[in-house]
Write a protein that binds this ligand. Structure first.
Ligand code: ADP
Length: 261
């Protein structure tokens, strides 16, 4: 049985095709989230690459910020549920998920059996999210994918004192003008995101095993700063950005199994 999970975020659209609830047979990611044609493109692309048609898929479940506005699914489920399911699929011993996406950050705490026992979310302020990093990448005229390597060269991370993205933007511009090294600025920017998210994580009651999900998991500088701040190891999978979509595909499979029992 094939099930499809689609995660329509603020920044990207991700799809996962699952076979029998246990094997990932395809994935697709398109930049562009809600309000773009990326969700449809991601869905078409995954079906094409797996040589399947929509009729071969037993159920399609949608999650993410744009889940209510997508017409091609069979149902929707919250991102919290999906990130918890996706995280446990990849790391069976997982107890905490730190999800940093394009527009929000969430910390999800799981019981030993994998049930969600608590969560804390920041969806009100861009600081502490991928949006903050993207704004800074634009100012510095850099690719967000180069932040990690650049921050690794820093010996004296800059201190970013502004807690608001708009003020932090001016602060970074003036530090650049004052000759602060680019690598020190980037290390400081990543540390600032980590400081915000680690405060959320503490509030939620973060406990090992901890993993990151969402696109910012690809940013090693944020991960290392989080590890330092929380004094915990943080696991990262190459599938981190797909955890929501994986969870949605698992949820779809469980629904079908339950109904056919
Ligand atoms: P959403 O689900 O809200 O659309 P994602 O979980 O896809 O967001 O995360 C998007 C964020 O991931 C971007 O805002 C960006 O900061 C970060 N990101 C994406 N690709 C990379 C990369 N290669 N390296 C570092 N960060 C990245």
């Amino acid at each position: 049985m094939y099930t499809l999970g689609i995660d329509i975020g603020s920044t990207t659209s991700k799809c996962i095709l699952l076979q029998d609830g246990e094997k990932i047979i395809g994935k697709s990611l398109f930049v562009g989230g809600m309000g773009t044609d990326s969700p449809e493109r991601a869905m078409d692309s995954i079906l094409k690459s797996c040589e399947l048609s929509a009729g071969d898929v037993a159920r399609t479940i949608i999650t993410g910020y744009g889940r209510k506005n997508f017409q091609h699914g069979d149902g929707e489920v919250s991102e919290l549920t999906c990130h918890a399911l996706g995280g446990r699929f990849v790391f069976p011993e997982l107890r905490s998920v730190i999800d940093i996406g394009g527009q929000d950050a969430k910390v999800i705490i799981l019981s030993e059996s994998g049930r969600m026992s608590n969560f804390v979310m920041n969806d009100k302020c861009a600081a502490g999210t991928g949006r903050f990093l993207d704004v800074m990448a634009t100012i510095l005229q850099m690719d967000i994918g180069d932040f990690d390597a650049c921050a690794a060269k820093s010996s004296n991370p800059a201190s970013i004192s502004s807690t608001c993205t708009v003020f932090a933007e001016s602060e970074v511009i003036s530090q650049l003008a004052n000759g602060v090294q680019r690598e020190d600025l980037i290390a400081g920017i990543c540390a600032s995101v980590a400081a915000r998210v680690s405060a959320l994580a503490r509030r939620a009651g973060v406990t090992p095993m901890v993993c990151m999900s969402g696109g910012v998991a690809k940013n090693g500088a944020v991960r290392r700063a989080l590890e330092q701040s929380l004094d915990m190891t943080i696991e990262v999978s190459p599938l981190a950005q797909y955890f929501g979509a994986i969870g949605a595909a698992i949820y779809a499979h469980r629904q079908v199994v339950k109904e056919t029992r």
